[in-house]
Design a protein around this ligand. Structure first.
Ligand SMILES: C[S@@+](CC[C@H](N)C(=O)[O-])C[C@H]1O[C@@H](n2cnc3c(N)ncnc32)[C@H](O)[C@@H]1O
Length: 206
């Protein structure tokens, strides 16, 4: 079996404090963005491609959950999407977001209840954030609550935690309970030069 757990050092840490500290160091000298280029991190473009297979409404209000340095927002903005809100729990990552991509940036822990209204967003996109030690599957309940009916929820899940952290069960449970309809769910390449794949899912809220 593939040993995904040992591919990248951050996969070994678990506590919120250690993850935040890791990102503080990783953002020094723009190293996170440099690594994403060197590692051929294709998750943002993969996810945006899946998202735009299902919607072309450029004025919809989109939440980029775990937006980091804005790699997903940048792809969306380049395609003409103009109402994007970014949230992340690392101020150091948010500090590297270029101007003019997001309407607003909020410092938010996605493992907590979210301070947004029911149906507040037309869509949510969440890339690279369902991974080792980061955001748990229960955050999907909040994603559904704050998304409009018929809105899209598009996200990646690192292959190494997909079953271990019960994402497979959670995705199916939400379908069984008619909370959403899964439109696409497939495993594909994610961090090419590290040989790490991810599941990419897009679902429509009922
Ligand atoms: C691998 S980065 C991905 C960032 C961006 N979406 C991208 O694709 O480049 C994961 C992001 O999740 C954020 N994150 C981790 N745990 C979080 C939490 N509990 N709440 C909010 N953001 C979190 C990190 O700060 C980091 O910016």
């Amino acid at each position: 079996m593939k040993d995904t757990d040992n591919k990248i050092p951050i996969y070994k840490i678990n506590s919120k404090e250690q993850i935040l500290e890791y990102y503080t160091n990783w953002t020094n000298d723009n190293q996170y963005n440099k690594d994403m280029i060197d590692w051929n991190y294709i998750a943002p473009s993969n996810a945006v491609k899946i998202f735009t297979n299902h919607t072309n409404n450029l004025s919809q209000k989109i939440l980029d959950a775990g937006c980091g340095t804005g790699l997903v927002g940048k792809e969306l903005k380049n395609l003409g999407f103009k109402n994007i809100i970014g949230v992340d729990f690392s101020q150091d990552m948010l500090d590297l977001v270029p101007n003019n991509i997001y309407e607003k940036l909020d410092l938010v822990d996605l493992n907590n209840s979210l301070d947004y209204k029911d149906n507040e967003f037309d869509s949510i996109i969440c890339v690279g954030t369902f991974t080792y030690g980061h955001v748990k599957a229960n955050a999907l309940d909040e994603f559904i609550r704050i998304t409009n009916s018929n809105g899209l929820i598009c996200f990646s899940i690192n292959e190494g935690i997909y079953k271990k952290n019960n994402f497979d069960k959670k995705i199916q449970e939400l379908e069984n309970n008619k909370k959403w309809e899964i439109l696409e769910l497939e495993k594909t390449s994610y961090i090419v030069n590290k040989d790490v794949d991810a599941w990419f899912c897009i679902a429509k809220k009922n």
